[in-house]
Design a protein around this ligand. Structure first.
Ligand SMILES: NC(=O)c1ccc[n+]([C@@H]2O[C@H](COP(=O)([O-])OP(=O)(O)OC[C@H]3O[C@@H](n4cnc5c(N)ncnc54)[C@H](OP(=O)(O)O)[C@@H]3O)[C@@H](O)[C@H]2O)c1
Length: 262
């Protein structure tokens, strides 16, 4: 087995911001044949620590990302961004094409409704606001800041709003309670939260995975309807659903003849 000098290591770029991105980085951090960089958009005030070096902030569109891939001699690009972050995924596809960089999308499959779920799909926050209707309701919002802001159009409802960072400025409505919390969230605690706030509708993204599924399971059990944002169209890039599949793809792409340090 061959151990590579630092400048001989293959450079892998992960576009992250997700649990899957971090898990993938954890697996790859031990590899002696790879130099892995994690790219974060820089939206979160105090992001979780990453097991590999991190770069932060946008690249400056497709051109900027292409330049980065060339300048840093990236051998494989793994798009492990959130399913509701379609712009960066589209940029990844275009930049990879322009630079002939092998690429793959690591994307959690969406949740699927089962018996007992009362889901209504909505396109976006404006459609969700309309779907809430006129009579006041107790609404649990688990969305991003920009999406949350749209609910100011429906000030008659009482809102419970959970986010990683503080919602600034606060929602311009008379009744809003804020919780700052990073997942994962257990079903039992989610049930208690829904009951404590007498929630009668949940508004969320169909993120997939287990970390935020607790509220969906709790809503099912309590017979509470859920307004789920429809997933943006999947990018044209080849996709895999698990970290292991992403690693298998990577090994195929770069060859597996080097010492992995495991
Ligand atoms: N949207 C969600 O619901 C959600 C939920 C959890 C986590 N996240 C994470 O938060 C990040 C931002 O989400 P978004 O919805 O704003 O994405 P987006 O709309 O697809 O991307 C907007 C711009 O942000 C920059 N960007 C996004 N992800 C980046 C990354 N990993 N590294 C460097 N630049 C990045 C890019 O700027 P340039 O064009 O300048 O390169 C991109 O054009 C994503 O990385 C995503 O994984 C999003």
């Amino acid at each position: 087995m061959v151990r590579l000098a630092d400048d001989m290591k293959r450079h892998i770029l992960i576009l992250g911001g997700t649990t899957e991105g971090r898990l993938l980085a954890e697996h790859l951090a031990a590899r002696t044949d790879l130099a892995v960089t994690m790219s974060l958009a820089g939206r979160t005030a105090s992001p979780l620590a990453q097991p590999v070096p991190v770069r932060r902030g946008g690249f400056g569109g497709v051109a900027g990302l292409s330049q980065y891939l060339r300048d840093h001699e990236v051998k494989a690009l793994i798009d492990a961004t959130h399913p509701y972050a379609p712009t960066i995924s589209a940029h990844a596809g275009s930049a990879a094409l322009q630079t002939s960089t092998p690429t793959i999308a690591l994307r959690r499959p969406p949740w699927r409704a089962v018996a007992g779920d009362q889901w209504t799909e909505v396109l976006d926050a404006d459609e969700a606001v309309r779907a809430l209707g006129a009579p006041p309701r107790n609404v649990f919002l688990t969305l991003g800041r920009q999406e949350i802001a749209r609910f100011a159009l429906a000030p008659q409802h009482r809102y419970l709003i959970r986010s990683v960072d503080a919602v600034e400025p606060p929602l311009a409505v008379p009744h809003a309670v804020y919780i700052e919390h990073r997942g994962p969230f257990e079903e039992k605690q989610e049930r208690a939260l829904l009951l404590a706030h007498a929630i009668d509708v949940v508004v969320a993204k169909n993120s997939g995975g287990s970390a935020t599924f607790g509220k969906i399971a709790a809503a099912r059990e309590l017979g509470i309807p859920v307004l789920l944002f429809r997933r943006p169209p999947v990018s044209a890039n080849r996709g895999v659903a698990t970290v292991n599949e992403a690693i298998a793809w990577l090994d195929h792409v770069i060859g597996a003849e080097f010492d992995r340090g495991v």
